[in-house]
Design a binder for this molecule. Sequence first.
Ligand code: SAJ
Length: 422
Amino acid sequence: MSDNNKLKTICVIGLGYIGLPTAVVLASRGMSVIGVDVNKDVVAKINRGEIHIVEPDLDAVTARVVQNKLLCAATAPMAADAFVIAVPTPFHDGKADLSYVHAAAASVAPMLKAGDLVVLESTSPPGTTEGITAQLAKLRPDLSFPSVGNDTCDIHVAYCPERVLPGRVLIELVENDRVIGGMTPQCSARAEELYRIFCTGSLLKTGVRTAEMCKLTENSFRDINIAFANELSVICDKLDINVWELIRLANHHPRVNILQPGPGVGGHCIAVDPWFIVAAAPTASRLIRTAREVNDDKPSYVLEKIRSAVAGARSAGTQAKVALLGLAFKPDVDDFRESPALRIAQVVAGWNDCTVLISEPHAQTLPCPLASYKHVRLVSDASVAIRDAHIVVMLVNHRVYNKIPREALKDKAVIDTRGVWS
Ligand code: SAJ
């Protein structure tokens, strides 16, 4: 490969939980990176060397690459050798909303020159990358674009899903294996050059639809496994068996690996992505749909338990104080999207026969609409919330809660959805 053909300037569209760390890691490897976001405040913050999300070590690396002028943020794309699209693909009314992906592709189109690479990273239904290739081809009739069986083109296009776990993003971005689905084998090879800049894991090349489906499959697999654990937890309650001990024992089998039950499944990935498959093939995805339904029902089951503890206190002549520990969608993150803990808190807040004490180490204030209730308070010290409560509900096993001594729970009604004290 000639030096002219090397990827030197990379434009990352979407500076959220995936785009920002990807931009920062590329910049930390000496690339000249333009990070693009439609949110002016986010752009200004990054250009000051600060970040708008919570992710271990990301703040320090961002400050360094911005100071070294390797990363700059802007509200519109600029000319580059590669464009990475990492914008949201929300799921509304039974279908994926690809408007952000298409808007990103439209913003990139005027910048393209022969030899450029466009990679879509956003979680997308099979066929999306072919769709944006067609969109780009229409917007830039002066350039040639890849199609099946046509490997000679000016612009290379590929799909490469991210697979990083929030909380471990900087490690997993570098170390995880990645699936790269090029529109053609040449496109895969060009995208491989990009990911080789910072990935130490294997780069696995395939077709574009398989890569799109692979991402959805991984998250659906996890959702189904968690649904199995959640179903077991309900069965075990009925049979008076400790589900956490049961799963721990079953997992000693060399070919069994059951995940953990909880108050439900949240976040913007596992709780959403399986629906992309269901929408694409509704009659063929019975198991995937049922797993989603099992996980979505779990918060109601937890609420029934809290309701019955509150009723128990009332019949003993006490207006219950309920401590809810955690609102985030999972431990040690500040992300409340699709959080089952938040859903549960919102329902309990609507009851008028109890006082609600909420602990969430990652919140300075209560998220709306919780803030509007007079009988709901955010308590910064979880041990104070527990001390003052009759009923203690463990919703998110944030690491700081490990310090809570068991004696603190003496004489309390405890509903432990995460198995922290079980
Ligand atoms: N959860 C359980 N029990 C478990 C594990 C998780 O109830 O044993 C719950 C969590 O509390 C949370 C939800 O599931 O509410 C999702 O959390 P998670 O840690 O399983 O996953 P995410 O959404 O943070 O990240 C997932 C990861 N996918 C897989 O592990 C297959 C990550 O690798 C993906 O990059 C990410 O989705 C994504 O962006 O798609």
